[in-house]
Design a protein around this ligand. Structure first.
Ligand SMILES: Cc1cc2nc3c(=O)[nH]c(=O)nc-3n(C[C@H](O)[C@H](O)[C@H](O)COP(=O)(O)OP(=O)(O)OC[C@H]3O[C@@H](n4cnc5c(N)ncnc54)[C@H](O)[C@@H]3O)c2cc1C
Length: 280
């Protein structure tokens, strides 16, 4: 039976990590526990749930700081997230089911670095940065640099992901998230799209950002795709051009949930559906 530590401060976390170098961090445990062997793990576990510095959603000059141990449920019920980053709240709403949303955290979703992690495409289009701390100091890096591959991050030994920081001045007035899975709930995505744009009174998108989940080894973004949408109205013709680029550029795999061809088709369809989404 593994030893479980329940520290209440970051300094206590660092002390435990220094005394127990094999210790593993967990927040909600919804990924770590599922991936552990049925016999469990002998490595000590450090629970981050009670660490005050990792909790809460705070607004400061020009930025919002979301503590890494903030649950998906807390993101969904935050009026600040709903007002400033609706795409992130919408993405969190698609995760698992209430029990998973009440335990699973944004920090865990990021550190698991699954291509299907639902908060990730939203964080990419919002230009989020991660705040990393260790006894040696603090550093920040853009999320697309932090996630280096499927299940891989730039987290260093002894480091803790403390928060996600997002600038408020993104200028987007249309936010959308859609996920296609095998069921409506408790389903890992077959493909997902996070989309944000600043759309003028005449319907033209001055700028647009798209990010897809589950159709590449990490979140898929494309400059060519964003450029194709920028400066244009979101009409069927423009979206069809964007869909063709997306279907061409993504690199999905076939697995138990869907074939490569199906994922490619759905990627384009998710863009085509933006025309209807704007009218909702
Ligand atoms: C039934 C079920 C359904 C699910 N459905 C979905 C879904 O629809 N969409 C989706 O995206 N995910 C889904 N998940 C996966 C999971 O719930 C999420 O990825 C969740 O956000 C993980 O958060 P957690 O706090 O539970 O992570 P944990 O399991 O606690 O940790 C995951 C990993 O991150 C590390 N870690 C956690 N926090 C930190 C930190 N602050 N600093 C450094 N390392 C850290 C841990 O060491 C571990 O390696 C599902 C899981 C289950 C069991």
């Amino acid at each position: 039976m593994a030893k479980v530590y329940l520290p209440s401060s970051l300094s206590a976390v660092f002390r435990i990590m220094s005394d127990e170098p094999s210790a593993r961090l967990f927040a909600g445990g919804t990924d770590l526990m599922v991936r552990s062997s049925p016999q469990g793990t002998e490595s000590p576990l450090v629970c981050l749930e009670g660490v005050g510095e990792l909790r809460g959603i705070d607004e400061s000059s020009g930025e919002v700081r979301i503590g890494a141990a903030t649950t998906h449920g807390e993101l969904i019920s935050s009026s600040l997230i709903g007002d400033v980053f609706p795409v992130l709240g919408k993405a969190a709403r698609h995760i698992g089911a209430p029990a998973v949303r009440n335990m699973g955290t944004i920090g865990g979703n990021i550190c698991t670095a699954s291509p299907a992690g639902d908060t990730l495409p939203a964080l990419y289009i919002l230009g989020a940065e991660v705040e990393l701390r260790s006894p040696r100091g603090e550093r920040r890096m853009p999320i697309d640099c932090f996630i280096s591959g499927p299940g891989r991050t730039e987290l260093r030994s002894g480091e803790v992901l403390c928060a996600v920081v997002i600038g408020k001045d993104h200028g987007f007035n249309f936010h959308h998230f859609e996920k296609v899975g095998q069921r409506k709930a408790m389903a890992i995505s077959v493909a997902s799209l996070a989309f944000a744009a600043s759309i003028g009174a005449d319907g033209t998108a001055a700028k647009a950002r798209c990010a897809f989940g589950s159709v590449a080894p990490t979140v898929f973004t494309s400059r060519a795709l964003d450029d194709c949408l920028a400066g244009n109205p979101m009409t069927k013709d423009v979206l069809a051009r964007a869909a063709a680029i997306a279907r061409e550029e993504v690199c999905p795999i076939s697995d138990v949930r869907a074939s490569e061809e199906y994922r490619r088709r759905v990627t384009g369809n998710l863009l085509m559906r933006l025309e209807g989404a704007r009218k909702d």
